[in-house]
Design a protein around this ligand. Structure first.
Ligand SMILES: *Cc1c(COP(=O)(O)O)cnc(C)c1O
Length: 379
């Protein structure tokens, strides 16, 4: 089956012939008194509705195991909890602001060491110390859309007995399947494209390793950051239209990028593969599209505040992946958890605008950009 079919049919055959899954709200389950056992015991450990969304999450990228968490950060937390005091993690400088905050604020007290690297593709075996246990990468990176070579990093990590984790939020399993390129674990903020309607929080972890799956399930039990039954149900329903939504979002993003690149009011547009020919080739080899997030800066002579005020369709808000177009200023919004120095190194300027294309009619989006650019002209 193709992934767009799997998005709809991965979980099915529910009681009474229902075509959508039942929502099992019960927190606890009756057990057999003699054997003290039951298929389900307590909602935190597992429950049928979460099982259902976890099946769909795994099926989307053909993974052996899928896990659903209450948020993307809870998923990231489960992955970081595979580490032990003394371990080192390598991350790119352009990483999600919340992940940066986790490393800056929590790693020291856990005895973990997080090392930020400007260009992960330039890493060599010499850069991986004895205690390097994990490379955690986002590709495309947020919000500058830099690309990292997943297979290269997997090889590097595995030669040093380390894990490669990929945050695949921007691509989803429909456009990029890191496990097939050697990644050990994939995390996603399902709040973004999988949910897709800016109305729920969720996180996902996938892996093909039984041993790692056992550890992630342990984190669900121990830390308890699991997805509740109702949101699990809503996520199952949302994922059914993910292929259609993402296709339209990506088409809109592509058209807007072309339009903006040709507009004299825009000085640069950043999107997956735009940084260099090398990154374009790497991205093309490991993903089947550019996704629907891009960033841009206005040219001199155009006033940023005036432009943002004049745009009528996109909501000025953090987050991405919704059916409505969203825009934000990463430096002061999504990436305010980063230090100024880290933002400078990652190329996240104060004037950089990140745009997440929705599914609106492209003619309306283009017209909106045009009128906003016209009214933002100062010369
Ligand atoms: C939003 C986001 C997260 C965190 O997800 P939440 O659901 O907000 O906790 C992690 N990684 C990336 C790339 C994100 O965009």
């Amino acid at each position: 089956m193709h992934s767009d079919t799997r998005a709809i049919h991965a979980a099915r055959h529910f009681p009474h012939g229902a075509v959508v899954p039942p929502v099992n709200f019960t927190s606890t389950y009756e057990m057999d008194i003699d054997t003290v056992s039951a298929p389900y015991a307590y909602q935190r450990g597992s429950n049928p509705t979460r099982d259902c969304v976890e099946t769909v999450i795994a099926a989307l990228e053909d993974a052996r195991h899928g896990f659903a968490f209450a948020t993307g950060m809870a998923a990231t937390h489960a992955v970081f909890s595979l580490l032990s005091a003394g371990d080192r993690v390598l991350l790119p400088t352009n990483v999600y602001g919340g992940t940066f905050r986790y490393v800056e604020k929590m790693f020291p007290r856990l005895g973990l060491e997080g090392v930020f690297v400007d260009n992960l593709d330039e890493l060599t075996d010499d850069d991986l110390s004895e205690n390097t246990r994990m490379i955690f990468v986002e590709t495309p990176g947020n919000p500058t859309l830099r690309i990292a070579d997943i297979a290269h990093l997997a090889g590097l990590a595995h030669r040093h007995n380390a894990l490669l984790v990929v945050d695949n939020t921007f691509m989803t399993g429909l456009l990029q399947r890191p496990l097939e390129h050697g990644a050990d674990l994939v995390v996603q903020s399902a709040t973004k494209y999988l949910g897709g309607h800016s109305d729920l929080l969720a996180g996902a972890v996938t892996t093909n390793s039984d041993a790692l799956a056992e550890q992630i399930a342990l984190s669900q039990k121990v830390h308890g950051g699991v997805l509740d039954p109702f949101t699990s149900f809503r996520l199952v329903q949302a994922i059914k239209t993910l292929p259609l939504r993402l296709e339209r979002q990506q088409e809109n993003a592509r058209a807007l990028i072309d339009h903006l690149e040709a507009h004299k009011g825009i000085s640069r547009v950043l999107f997956a593969g735009s940084y260099s020919e090398h990154e374009r080739q790497v991205h093309a080899s490991q993903a089947s599209g550019i996704g629907a997030v891009f960033s841009f800066e206005l040219a001199e002579g155009y006033h940023l505040q005036a432009f943002l005020h004049a745009l009528e369709l996109p909501a000025f808000a953090v987050s991405l992946g919704g059916v409505e177009s969203l825009m934000c200023l990463p430096a002061s919004m999504s990436h305010d958890g980063m230090t100024q120095e880290a933002r400078d190194r990652a190329g996240i300027t104060d004037a950089l605008v990140r745009f997440s294309a929705g599914i609106e009619n492209i003619a309306d989006l283009t017209a909106d950009f045009d009128q906003a650019l016209t009214s933002a002209r100062t010369i």
